[in-house]
Write a protein that binds this ligand. Structure first.
Ligand code: PLP
Length: 426
């Protein structure tokens, strides 16, 4: 099917340089189809570019988009207005909240709509820390969190007098419940640990970590931005968490849309001030199109995970084995506890930026860490925390596949990747 990315069909093989034009310092394939004979896989059809960066973001699903459109058009009211146009918008907002709460097994009042994963994490971490600071000033997180959590803790330590313990991880990127138990102190007020890591796909024993916090009477937040849509979801309580971050664009919803589950009766201080929206927890006129998109994507893609393990595990295993055949390539992550769509490895004698540029020239979209830091030369903090040598930590490749990924795409990457590496190595 060539429909999936609305891009031209071309055949595998290195595109001729004349097929590339430079624009905004990125190379883009021109739309003229190119045919190349591949002796190993004669005439394999691949739609280029190959998009293996679904942990950065996913395309908006057409059915989700269709649900959003009326909210950009005829349902334009402000849910806070008291006239009929506003009342209609309010009814839609309430309905969306009820739907999400129903799917989560929560109360509607426990859902706060936000602008995405970053804001959900900020609200959970700053909100709880500031609300409970009279009770204690000790916070626990891990050294592999996304910057959307990590930078909150760094700020709280630097500017607001909190003590923060950063839990270590083992070589596969897993947090140990024993380490958490040892780190909890009488003045600990919040533990925040991600459910699955964006760079490695390592899945944390989050229910166990949450249960430990419950035992010790400490609030637990989990950043589940990368987890939803990839692992089986039954009920929001399965995390044993008081707060859970949700991010729509990781599962074919719109960007700039997310939610924070806040277990009642917890009422964290707001981080955005203004009107009394979202039950006094998040000021600002509600973004109904984004909210409708989030709820529709959640309905479609979470109860039955859109990143299907049965489909994606064999693809990522094949891709990993193909890449590991190159000398100096080392798998980074957990073989036993890995999101089925994600594989990460480091490449000796290379650097992340050259690897990304080399892959992009082959029309392969990957990542060398989280998208937010992909342009930076800093070694990945996740790799460093896993004990990887800093030079290696700077040579990370992450492939994250999606629902439309195919074996042909995998074979294309396996065929092109050795040459990319050879061109970079001195
Ligand atoms: N948390 C994790 C684990 C992520 O991977 C991301 C995005 O990459 C975020 C938070 C931030 O989400 P958003 O892009 O919606 O701000």
């Amino acid at each position: 099917m060539t429909r999936k990315h609305d891009r031209p069909t071309i055949f595998t093989g290195r595109p001729a340089v004349s097929n590339l034009r430079k624009s905004n310092s990125h190379y883009w394939l021109q739309t003229t189809p190119a045919v190349a004979f591949r002796p190993d896989f004669a005439y394999l059809r691949v739609v280029l570019p190959v998009y293996f960066d679904h942990n950065a973001t996913t395309p908006l699903d057409p059915a989700v988009k269709a649900v959003m459109l009326p909210y950009l058009d005829e349902i334009y009211g402000n849910p806070s207005s008291v006239h009929q146009i506003g009342v209609r918008a309010r009814a839609h907002l309430d309905e969306q909240r009820d739907r999400l709460a129903h799917l989560c097994g929560s109360k509607p009042s426990e859902i706060v709509f936000t602008s995405g994963g970053t804001e959900s994490n900020n609200l959970a971490i700053f909100g709880v820390a500031r609300t409970l600071k009279a009770k204690g000033r000790h916070l626990i997180t891990s050294s592999i969190e996304h910057h959307a959590a990590l930078h909150c803790f760094q700020y709280l330590a630097k500017k607001e007098g909190f003590a923060v313990t950063y839990l270590p991880v083992d070589a596969s990127g897993r947090i140990s419940p024993d380490d958490l138990a040892k780190a909890i102190r009488p003045d600990t007020i919040l533990v925040s640990l991600m459910a699955a890591n964006n760079e490695t796909g390592t899945i944390q024993p989050v229910a166990e970590l949450g249960a430990l916090c419950q035992e010790h009477g400490v609030l637990f937040h989990t950043d589940a931005a990368q987890w939803f849509g990839k692992e089986p979801f039954i009920d929001i309580r399965q995390f044993n968490a008081n707060l859970v971050s949700i991010c729509a664009h990781k599962f074919h919803g719109p960007k700039g849309s997310g939610a924070l589950y806040i277990q009642s009766p917890l009422l964290p201080d707001p981080i955005i001030f203004g009107g009394g929206h979202e039950n006094e927890r998040r000021a600002g006129t509600e973004n109904l199109p984004a909210i409708a998109g989030l709820v529709e994507a959640f309905t479609r893609f979470i109860p039955t995970p859109v990143f299907d393990r049965k489909q994606l595990q064999p693809l990522t295993e094949r891709l990993l084995n193909g890449c590991l055949a190159i000398p100096g390539v080392h798998f980074r992550g957990s073989a036993a506890h890995r999101l089925a769509n994600t594989i990460s490895f480091t490449v000796e004698g290379c650097d992340g930026i050259s690897l990304m540029a080399g892959l992009d020239l082959e029309s392969i979209c990957a990542s060398s860490g989280s998208a937010c830091s992909a342009g930076s030369l800093e070694p990945s903090h996740v790799m460093t925390a896993m004990g990887v040598d800093p030079r290696q930590a700077n040579a990370l490749v992450r492939f994250s596949l999606g629902k439309a990924s195919t074996l042909e795409e995998v074979e294309h990457v396996i065929a092109r990747f050795p040459e990319v590496v050879m061109r970079i190595r001195p």
